[in-house]
Design a protein around this ligand. Structure first.
Ligand SMILES: [Ca+2]
Length: 207
């Protein structure tokens, strides 16, 4: 019986270490691919916005590995933004309430970039929130099925330690996101599982 209790305690220890590790040391990374063929050759803008929803805990969004056949024209920055798309990286912080990089473009057929988000809590009812928009030359967003009605193509609410983007549907572009595995988190998880397996074998052998 004592062995079982120790196993439970060890499991809780690793679960806690893993949870704390994710919350304090790791971010979530996504590769984003956007097909802009329907609006190819038109003039417009890409808006990368981060809203400081909680007004308390600092979070940031880092955009890197930008590649596109769009022509980048001028850029306009509001608030807490460092760097640019090309060359990157570009870091959008939440130093102000509204933080934005507005990139004027002539759209091509694709826009690809890597998006890294912090996941710093505690998390309240109005989380820090990132949103990405495609706008026409009159600054009107191309419509999407974003339920909030903002016509965002992608939204990432930083409401947990590993926030997940929401992608919306549009007739003007289609976006896909894929999670990039975090080597550090995987190594930590695996070491915990190996240790647990060893304890489980010893425990089984004694019964
Ligand atoms: Ca914040």
């Amino acid at each position: 019986m004592k062995t079982s209790w120790n196993f439970t305690k060890l499991f809780k220890h690793f679960a806690l270490v893993f949870a704390l590790g994710v919350e304090t040391a790791y971010a979530s990374i996504y590769d984003v691919t956007i097909d802009t063929s329907p609006i190819q050759s038109t003039a417009g803008f890409m808006a990368f916005d981060l809203i400081d929803g909680d007004g308390l805990i600092n979070n940031s969004i880092t955009i890197s590995n930008f590649s596109s056949d769009a022509a980048l024209i001028t850029e306009a920055v509001t608030g807490d933004v460092i760097g640019a798309l090309n060359p990157g990286p570009m870091v959008i912080g939440d130093g102000d309430f509204f933080n934005e990089m507005l990139q004027e473009v002539t759209f091509g057929t694709f826009v690809n970039f890597r998006l890294e988000t912090t996941g710093n809590g505690p998390f309240g009812p109005t989380p820090d929130s990132f949103a990405f928009f495609l706008l026409d030359s009159g600054f009107f967003p191309y419509p999407t099925n974003d339920p909030l009605g903002t016509d965002a193509l992608m939204v990432l609410d930083i409401d947990n330690a590993q926030p997940v983007p929401q992608v919306f549907v549009s007739a003007s572009a289609s976006a896909n996101v894929s999670l990039v595995p975090l080597p550090g988190a995987i190594v930590l998880l695996m070491s915990g599982l190996v240790a647990l397996a060893g304890v489980a074998r010893k425990s089984a052998g004694r019964h």
